[in-house]
Design a protein around this ligand. Structure first.
Ligand SMILES: *Cc1c(COP(=O)(O)O)cnc(C)c1O
Length: 374
């Protein structure tokens, strides 16, 4: 067995970034300050000049977008059952009602036909998720939103570097939320950012980010809404600036690794193993994850254990269907409601995929997969 453990994800922080973090630590200013402003400016430039604000997670970023949109009690928000639980939790957090629409079995993203079917008089917003970095059909998404007068909070947590018709995700649309959690394509250790539509919305985002404070100065402060404590620190922003400088290189490397996975697993992967590959999308996806769906004949836990024990390879899974968690069952959701999500959620796995990996690592993973799947 290969003695080097190959994890499914690992961040790469270069020496320049480490030096910049050290400078920040020595500067005497370690909370939100000049590095945060610089990071927001860089991000805004990348998103075509749209207003951008940073936060201490991708989760609170979406919660704040819902608050800015005025969504709360009595409102319904449509989302996908296959995401990190944060996507639905933020809907509950603001007092609104999550409504799920099943996924498309090929893209594994929310099925936009089913979104249309789930719209009621109380629907106020859609939260689409770009699983593995693959966008939904953005033209169709915004056609539906415009037709029914709905807000969109794009959960683009996994999609920095992805694009639609050549335009970066985040450079168009309504609210677009990104995460910089440690496993994401670029990281601030923990953090997130929100792309907004106007400076007025950005000012509201700043209020919700810091206790609802509207004005502070020599003559005192004022608070007029309930905000939280969601600001990013300069330590995180220093990491983010170093990571952001590498975004294109990171996306290119992931794309190269994905191509190698397709080459080695082969077009006949389904015929050979009964498993399913992701869509071969080299136009728009940043390859945040490379996910395969295992054949029913092998339990996911068995596959993961054998990859670890026999081959020293870490496998992830993204995600268990949200509606089957206890918290959501208690709200009335149950098995059978979203059958495609339930089937894929049971058998989907994420293969190792990160910037510092090389093609030899991909070869190692693929031969291990063929060994385990027989
Ligand atoms: C990572 C992630 C989140 C949450 O982001 P945090 O920064 O961890 O709060 C939400 N949705 C999706 C799809 C994610 O991948």
């Amino acid at each position: 067995m290969n003695n080097t453990f190959l994890p499914f994800s690992r961040p790469t922080i270069d020496e320049e970034t480490i030096a910049s973090v050290a400078d920040t630590l020595r500067s005497g200013w370690i909370t939100s300050g000049p590095k945060v402003l610089e990071f927001e400016k860089r991000l805004s430039g990348y998103f075509g000049g749209r207003p951008v604000r940073t936060f201490n997670s991708g989760t609170c970023t979406m919660e704040i977008a819902l608050r800015i949109a005025g969504i709360g009690k009595g409102d319904e928000v449509i989302t996908t059952p296959i995401s990190w639980v944060a996507t639905a939790n933020v809907i509950l957090e603001v007092g609104a009602t999550p409504v799920f629409a099943d996924i498309d079995p090929v893209t594994r993203n929310i099925d936009l036909d089913k979104v249309e079917g789930a719209i009621t008089k109380r629907t106020r917003a859609i939260i689409p998720v770009y699983l593995a970095g693959k966008p939904v059909n953005m033209d169709r998404l915004y056609a539906i939103a415009n037709k029914h007068n709905l807000r969109v909070i794009e959960d683009a947590a996994q999609a920095i570097g992805s694009s639609w018709m050549g335009k970066p995700i985040g450079s168009f649309g309504d609210f677009v939320s990104f995460s910089f959690q440690a496993n994401k394509n670029i990281t601030t250790s923990e953090g997130g950012c929100l792309v907004l539509n106007s400076e007025a919305e950005a000012a509201l985002a700043e209020k919700y980010r810091l206790q609802g404070v509207t004005r502070s100065g020599w003559d005192g402060i004022e608070v007029d809404v309930l905000g939280g404590k969601y600001n990013m620190t300069d330590i995180s922003a220093a990491i983010g600036l170093g990571q952001f400088a590498k975004l294109d290189a990171i996306t290119a490397q992931r794309s190269k690794l994905a191509k190698r996975y397709f080459d080695l697993l082969g077009d006949d992967f389904e015929k050979k193993t009964g498993g399913q590959l992701p869509p071969k999308d080299f136009g728009s996806t940043n390859w945040h994850l490379f996910q395969i769906v295992l054949p029913e004949r092998i339990a996911r836990a068995t596959f993961m254990a054998r990859m670890k024990e026999s081959h020293n390879i870490g496998i992830g899974y993204h995600y268990a269907p949200i509606h089957l968690f206890k918290l959501y069952r208690a709200l009335g959701f149950k098995e059978g409601m979203y059958p495609i999500a339930e089937n894929i959620g049971r058998q989907i796995v994420s293969l190792p995929m990160f910037y510092a990996m090389n093609e030899k690592d991909v070869e190692r993973v693929c031969s291990a997969i063929f060994d385990v799947l027989g």
